[in-house]
Design a protein around this ligand. Structure first.
Ligand code: MN
Length: 427
């Protein structure tokens, strides 16, 4: 099936046993390349003649080189970097790294998202580092002329989690660069594609680009320190504080450790939860049902700004004894746009459970053939637009009924997989 069938090229890249011949070949390739694609080894790492700097894999080198070629072909252009509606640290930091890389080719990048920064750590990240991401609401989009962009870029997503995608495509703006570590969500034609589902964070991929020489980090440049700190935060948050990190992710973290500001990262991580987020976590605890080591909780309605309370509640529920997987969902409503979406998050510690496969199988596709969600190692999410049923919640009987229907349907779909014997079709 499509879910686990990452293209063969990705399966082949586990570390090659035959390191020597691979390295030799790589060195030869490097000789023929312009200086920029040589790995930039900081002076400190060659002090004793020992190369302490971890070297990117040959795939990473090849992709860096390809990306450089793409950027060279688009000098002096204007690009739009589109993040998921509720961007996370991995997405935000990588978009910033992309902006810094492409500046060297006189490419002007704007980093945009349609939703909101919801998680307290993300707000702190953006404020404390002055991370250059802008919110473009669907309403503000109406007054924008997108034809001034020569291309758009998707980072840490494949367009399925952004409301901006269709607007940008309707202006005929082409997809130039796609870098992600989620399993393939939809077929997207892009000039440059680097999708590596086995890598735990997109920040690992971008750090490898930096190591390959696409941008030499300089400790005397404040922006570089902050971007390295953001990447470290992205890498940590997508690997459960490095606990799910693998060799490549640790290598990337080791490289970033030479540039990042530990105090700044600490300040970001100290951001407190709001009372409303605490209340959602409380609701998830009260409402949870546990079956076959799955903990499932519907939390009712929540504001758009509190959307990231859902993954935080899932993070918490999965810590319960005898629970390996938690799913938390609720109806998120955006008062400005009269928009309602069922949003859910899955967290699992079960190695054999593929969140991407699980969510795609549980919720299926919409009428246009797009999946309602997907995932990566250990985590997944879904978004189901409520369309015609949105709004009208001033009628509390209607609001209550609507929640009960969605709650029951989400539970039925999940329990079919959690408890296969409850499935009438199979019995
Ligand atoms: Mn990510």
């Amino acid at each position: 099936m499509y879910v686990n069938s990452s293209p063969a090229q990705f399966e082949n890249l586990s570390f090659n046993k035959d390191i020597n011949s691979e390295d030799l070949q790589l060195d030869q390739e490097l000789m023929e390349l312009p200086a920029l694609t040589r790995p930039s080894l900081p002076a400190s790492s060659v002090d004793n003649g020992i190369h302490l700097s971890p070297r990117p894999t040959s795939l990473a080198m090849q992709k860096s080189e390809e990306l450089q070629k793409t950027l060279l072909g688009h000098r002096n252009e204007r690009h739009l970097v589109i993040l998921q509606d509720f961007p996370d640290p991995d997405a935000l930091s990588c978009a910033w790294a992309y902006q810094l890389i492409s500046q060297q080719y006189d490419i002007k990048c704007e980093i945009v998202y349609a939703g909101t920064l919801s998680h307290q750590e993300n707000i702190a990240l953006v404020k404390l580092t002055n991370l250059p991401a802008q919110r473009w609401t669907m309403q503000s989009l109406k007054s924008k002329d997108l034809s001034c962009y020569h291309g758009f870029v998707l980072i840490d997503n494949q367009g399925t989690t952004s409301q901006l995608l269709s607007a940008v495509q309707s202006y005929g703006v082409p997809l130039l660069v796609l870098v992600d570590h989620h399993s393939i969500q939809t077929e997207m034609k892009s000039e440059f594609t680097d999708i590596r589902p086995h890598v735990r964070a997109t920040a690992t991929i971008f750090t490898q680009y930096l190591q390959a020489g696409l941008l030499s980090l300089d400790s005397s440049i404040n922006q570089h320190i902050k971007c390295a700190t953001a990447l470290m935060h992205g890498l940590r948050s997508d690997t459960n504080r490095l606990m799910q990190a693998q060799e490549e992710d640790f290598m990337a973290a080791a490289y970033l450790s030479k540039f990042y500001d530990a105090q700044l990262l600490n300040a970001i991580l100290q951001a407190n939860r709001s009372k409303r987020v605490m209340d959602v976590i409380e609701r998830s605890l009260k409402n949870r049902i546990v079956q076959n080591n799955f903990s499932i909780a519907g939390v009712g309605y929540l504001r758009y700004d509190d959307r990231d309370a859902i993954p935080q509640a899932a993070d918490f529920l999965v810590t319960e004894e005898n629970v390996h997987t938690a799913v938390v969902y609720g109806i998120v409503h955006d008062e400005d746009d009269e928009l309602e979406i069922v949003i859910g998050s899955l967290r699992t510690t079960k190695l054999t459970l593929d969140p991407d496969e699980f969510i795609k199988e549980a919720f299926g596709q919409d009428s246009a053939g797009r999946f309602f969600g997907g995932g990566r190692t250990g985590a997944g999410g879904f978004e189901i637009p409520m369309g015609f049923l949105s709004g009208g919640n001033e009628n509390s009987a209607y609001a209550k009924m609507k929640w009960e229907v969605f709650d029951a349907q989400v539970k039925q779909k999940l329990l079919k997989l959690v408890n296969p014997k409850d499935n009438p079709i199979q019995s």
